[in-house]
Design a protein around this ligand. Sequence first.
Ligand code: NAD
Length: 470
Amino acid sequence: MPIPQAADRVPRRGAPGLDVVDPATGETFDQVLDQRPEELDDLVDRSRRAWTGWRADPAARTKALLAAADAVEAAGDDLAPLLTREQGKPLAEARAEVARTAARLRYFSGMVPRTRPIDDGRPVHSEVRWRPLGPVAAIVPWNFPLQLAAAKFAPALAAGNTVVLKPSPRTPLATRLLGTVLAAVLPEDVLTVVTGREPLGARLVSHPGIRHVTFTGSVPTGRTVVTATAASLARVTLELGGNDAAVLLDDVDVDRVADRLFWSAFRNCGQVCMAVKRVYAPARLHADVVEALAQRARTVVVGSGLDPDTRLGPVNNAAQLARVEELTHRALAAGARPAAGGQRLDRQGYFFAPTILTAVPPDAAVVTEEQFGPVLPVLPYRNLDEAVDAANGTGFGLGGSVWGTDLDRAAATADRLECGTAWINHHAELSLTQPFAGVKDSGLGVAGGPWGLYGNLRPFVVHRPREEGP
Ligand code: NAD
């Protein structure tokens, strides 16, 4: 299939444009439409009108979503480089993200909710059916623009809703192109992509025509979204920040796990909600763990995502780079030492040296807050209770992991973590089929697997007498 030109992503002559920056150079390389919040009234209204036809025919939906998956795959050679250019990730990872986007469409395409009879002994036949909610607002951040968007729109569309999708203003281009690609195979206005700076997102989530807001982003913005839906009482699903701990047990084989542990923290330049953001190592093994991670941090190839040798790209934007730098400098000023890295790289673009911090005060912000970048504090502990308490000791509760040789002991320790997902000897390995739900400040509601479908539906109960009444 020829790839449609994303004509609608380029600002028309005289229309407002939003600059898009290549984080590998720090320079603007393209523009996207900077849509005004006032445009939303018409777009949400069109989305609502498109809902009538889309919700009516599950078989047609399945067919359209399968065609959508094929179309995304066919557009991979255009989507992946654009994603790398605006996000910074290595091209191989951008390709993998495109593949996961298509996989989500395929996975949800045939999923239908189960109608359930209720037999509670009364002389009526009751049945629970499931109905879609209406237009859904999907808001995503800049770390995995396509994959996180699909994690929202695939189940929402499969459930029979229509979607208005807003990417981050820092990574709008690949999503715009995705919207154009999908517009060729989905009915008109079933999926609408809007791009622009704030208050576009704020206006979208508070729009009275929106019936479900599914938001992925930071905790503070998530709280704003909850407040913004007070008037419409739209359903809210939040996937928010994390500060996942990896707890290493005293029987861990450091050499064996070091690679996996390193990439659990540094994949996508540490800009992963469920990255390992703190490591707790037994005091006896602490120096070995620090050195194993630092050795990898010193030698990993950092560069433009378009360079085939690159394993670690730049930080996505100047503000995030400044935050990573500030958290690191504050930790160093408080006594931490860099076993690797510790500063920006002296080159064009938003590059920060992969950093392993040791001797970090446990109350340093780089430990208690989400750094969301290529910096990892490694803290020693003397007894396991202390490590588990520290792992659970922040407001976050997205994921966590335990690393050791005795799997039963590791599993028993993982059971004590207050989070939505815990791994043994792994971290952030996610499957389409499992529920995804952060606890505490990390989220509200459930996404993923069939739970993601039901998160986009409401129960509708029908009672009827078993026999003809008077
Ligand atoms: P952010 O909260 O700044 O922005 C997220 C999105 O919200 C963007 O599209 C932004 O334009 C939009 N937005 C901003 N203000 C808004 C408002 N008032 N109303 C509605 N929308 C608004 O987050 P970010 O910096 O883009 O992303 C990084 C954060 O996302 C990190 O905290 C990370 O952990 C989190 N994240 C969480 C998950 C998860 O699944 N739990 C996944 C990826 C990223």
